[in-house]
Design a protein around this ligand. Structure first.
Ligand code: EPU
Length: 313
């Protein structure tokens, strides 16, 4: 299915309609031109994508990547939960893996999840099969592929602890299975061969269902009690500084409740910026700048962004 084109041009980069149309030709999944990305992000913020593609399956991703490579058009993979998309949006092709949702069990307590599987769904599956090892990820809203790419983590653990291997569609459309040993995991970052993560093998272990469930539930309650989960946000804005919590630092600087436009530093957890209605990316970025400058002046701490800022100003 293909929906209406308005075109995308900026001073820095011009992407022609014909070029974009030729890249998505023959895609079997959903194709939407001039797609408002705010509809696809947990922040409810973001300008348009020239074209947003939801490939039907891995083969469709291969097809799209091959065509984009031949036409030298970059592909941006939309995670949707830990991202701030600027107000002018993203030129070229944006891919959402929302239709890649299969989960398969393999011998030795291994689960294979396609890239678009949400972490909550995956944890639910692991609980039903009494497989332990993903409890650390309770409450992370993102997709399994997004969690690999940014080595998502909580106090209980991180993606690095659970990954066995990753399936990637490389930039030129080749399928590549990459074992854990070949991935460089760092704090909130994974160094992977360039391409699109379309599947992840997770090494879990047999456990007791009621025990796994208890850890997950306790953790979900903790997050619900301490984080503003009912308002649109992109999760934690800043990385935690060594041996400290960015939330504590922002809070101690007296910044809870400070806002620019409809973007507000949450009154519940200071490392969240919430969208109180119609916040723009510019509002959020101005608020981040203000908070960082204030904190650097007051404490000397230079907070680093955890949220990925992408798109055109
Ligand atoms: N704190 C404050 N004020 C606040 C927020 C926190 O004083 O406004 C204090 C708390 O009282 C606590 C300490 O800071 O003593 C740590 O707070 P919390 O337990 O909420 O953990 P965090 O370090 O702020 C990390 C992750 C979260 C994850 C939680 C729970 C990062 C940057 N943050 O937060 O992840 O949900 O632990 O495991 O790693 C995310 O990645 O998007 C995210 C929200």
């Amino acid at each position: 299915m293909q929906r209406g084109w308005k075109g995308g041009t900026t001073a820095r980069h011009t992407v022609g309609e014909r070029q974009v149309r030729s890249v998505v030709a023959g895609v079997r999944g959903e194709v939407r031109f001039n797609a408002p990305l705010k509809e696809y992000t947990s922040f409810h913020i973001g300008g348009p994508a020239d074209v947003l593609v939801e490939p039907a399956d891995v083969e469709d991703v291969v097809h799209l990547a091959t065509q984009a490579y031949e036409r030298k058009l970059p592909i941006f993979v939309l995670g949707g939960t830990n991202v701030l998309i600027r107000d002018k949006g993203i030129r070229g092709v944006v891919v959402s893996l929302a239709k890649l949702r299969a989960i398969k069990e393999e011998p030795g307590s291994v689960l294979y999840a396609e890239g678009g599987v949400g972490m909550p769904t995956l944890i639910g599956h692991a609980i039903r099969r009494s497989l332990a090892g993903l409890e650390w990820a309770a409450g992370i809203p993102g997709s399994v592929a997004g969690c690999v790419v940014m080595n998502a983590g909580t106090k209980l653990g991180e993606m690095k602890d659970s990954v066995k291997a990753v399936r990637i569609v490389s930039l030129n459309g080749a399928l590549l299975d990459c074992p854990k040993e070949a991935i460089g995991f760092e704090y909130r970052r994974a160094i992977l061969p360039p391409g699109i993560v379309v599947g992840v093998w997770l090494q879990l272990k047999p456990g007791v269902r009621s025990e796994i469930e208890k850890v997950v539930k306790d953790y979900l309650h903790y997050r619900r009690d301490t984080q503003p989960l009912t308002l649109p946000s992109a999760g934690c804005v800043f990385k935690n500084p060594p041996n400290d919590s960015a939330g504590r630092v922002v809070d101690a600087a007296g910044l809870k409740g400070v806002s620019v436009g409809d973007a507000q530093i949450s009154t519940k957890h200071a490392n969240f910026i919430v969208n109180q209605g119609n916040a723009s990316a510019a509002d959020v970025l101005a608020l981040i700048k203000k908070a960082r400058a204030h904190i650097a002046r007051k404490t000397g701490i230079k907070l680093e962004l955890e949220v990925k800022v992408v798109g055109e100003v």
